[in-house]
Structures are given as structure tokens and as C-alpha cells.
Ligand binder design. Structure first.
Ligand code: ADP
Length: 217
């Protein structure tokens, strides 16, 4: 199962990616996490990415495409993966499509989480105060100024991916506004409907997982 999660910052991609990971036994590949690790390790990539990330912009395509190209060669992705936060531009999607084609692979689905943007800033603020109350660290780009720029970057550069993947017949659109379990259920239903529509014969593993109730931990 090869999935992409698409949606603006704070829409719950990370939470749903963790659910899907548990459900299908495939890893979550988050380019945001990979980049934060590079920043923390002070690698050359990290030094290039740090100011861009803190300002809420997008890291250059070549950097993230190289990170993903390397990561999808790891053994743990043999049964699939969930991409969280990649691709984020049409150029990234095209480069990724070419990478996959070279391997003779394709994406099963792109799940777009749609949310009311007006609520996202509040969600971010709540997440920050919860983290601070628990004594946890807070991301440098989780401040109102950078967050607004992240939303703008999403609107301008990432949202065109919705029609890009729709035209490829791979898009599953789900409302990300409800409770976590409800969103997870809708994702399962959307994936199942897409599999049926594509009239591909899903593997036994996919069928069992997709048709059953969403009993994620
Ligand atoms: P969020 O989805 O909440 O914005 P992420 O953890 O996915 O958070 O990303 C954090 C930051 O890392 C982004 O604002 C951007 O600067 C950078 N980043 C992550 N993935 C990509 C990508 N695919 N292309 C460009 N920049 C990226």
C-alpha cells in the first residue's frame, strides 16, 4: 500500500498517518521529520533547510526529492509507505512519479484532508499550549507568523496537487474536521471505494484491512 497524505499544516496528517501505519504495518515517511532531524544533526542539508523552515517557506524541491529518493530504498518500505508532507509541489510530484516509475511502482491513493482554514490557527495555538503545559518542546515554526506563511505556501504551491492527483484517478477526499476516529473511518471507506472503482483485485491483506471496521488503537 503506497499512500500520500495531503492537507494544510495542522489538519491532522501526522495523526492519521500514525493510524494508517498501525493498520497496514507500513512506515510513515515525513519529510518534515527528516528535515528536522537534518537540522538537529547540523548536516549541510539541515543548514540549508533551517532558515526556510523557521520562516514557514518550502525547502527547495531538489533537497526533499533527494531525501525521499534515498528513503524509499530502505528495506522497511518493501510493503509500502505513507508519505506525510511530500510531495508539496507539482515539480516534486512529477519527480516522485518518475522515481516510482523507474522502480515499476505506482501510488495506490492520495488522501486529501480538507479542513476549515479558519480553525487551523487555533488548533496550532492549542497544540503549542498543550505541549508547553506538558513541558514538551515546541517547533520553531509553530508560531502565528510562520504558521500563516505555511498556510499560504500550502495554498499557492501544494493545493494544485489535489487536481493533479484527481486527474490520475487516485484522489480520496476526506473531511478532516471530525474526531480522529471518524476521520480514520472515512479514510478507510474512501480507500475501499477507490479500490473497488479501480476494479483492481486488492490483495487479501488489503481487502481484510479495508473492509473491516476501523478498530485502530
Ligand atoms: P506541516 O505539515 O505542519 O507544515 P511538516 O512537518 O510536514 O509540517 O513540515 C515542516 C516544514 O518542513 C515545512 O513548513 C517546510 O518548510 C518543510 N518541508 C517539509 N516537507 C517539505 C516538502 N515536501 N517540500 C518542501 N518543504 C518541506
Amino acid at each position: 500500500m503506497r499512500l500520500v497524505l495531503l492537507g494544510p499544516p495542522g489538519c491532522g496528517k501526522g495523526t492519521q498517518a500514525a493510524r494508517l501505519m498501525a493498520r497496514f504495518g507500513i512506515p510513515q515517511l515525513s519529510t518534515g521529520e527528516m528535515l528536522r532531524e537534518a537540522v538537529a544533526a547540523k548536516t549541510p542539508i539541515g543548514s540549508r533547510a533551517k532558515p526556510v523552515m523557521e520562516g514557514g517557506g518550502l525547502v527547495p524541491d531538489d533537497i526533499v526529492v533527494d531525501l525521499v529518493a534515498d528513503r524509499i530504498n530502505y528495506k522497511d518500505v518493501a510493503r509500502g509507505f505513507i508519505l506525510d508532507g511530500f510531495p508539496r509541489t507539482v515539480a516534486q510530484a512529477e519527480a516522485f512519479g518518475a522515481l516510482m516509475a523507474e522502480k515499476g511502482l505506482g501510488l495506490d491513493a492520495v488522501i486529501e484532508l480538507q479542513v476549515d482554514e479558519a480553525l487551523l490557527l487555533n488548533r496550532m495555538r492549542n497544540r503549542v499550549s498543550d505541549a508547553l503545559a506538558k513541558g514538551q518542546s515546541v517547533r520553531k515554526d509553530d508560531n502565528p507568523q510562520s504558521f500563516v506563511l505555511r498556510l499560504e505556501a500550502y495554498r499557492a504551491q501544494t493545493s494544485p496537487l489535489s487536481s493533479y492527483y484527481r486527474s490520475k484517478g487516485r484522489l480520496v477526499v476526506v473531511s478532516g474536521m471530525g474526531p480522529v476516529d471518524e476521520v480514520a473511518q472515512e479514510i478507510s471507506a474512501g480507500l475501499y471505494a477507490l479500490q473497488k472503482k479501480a476494479s483492481r483485485k486488492p490483495s487479501i491483506c488489503h481487502l481484510a484491512s479495508l473492509s473491516g471496521p476501523a478498530t485502530d488503537p
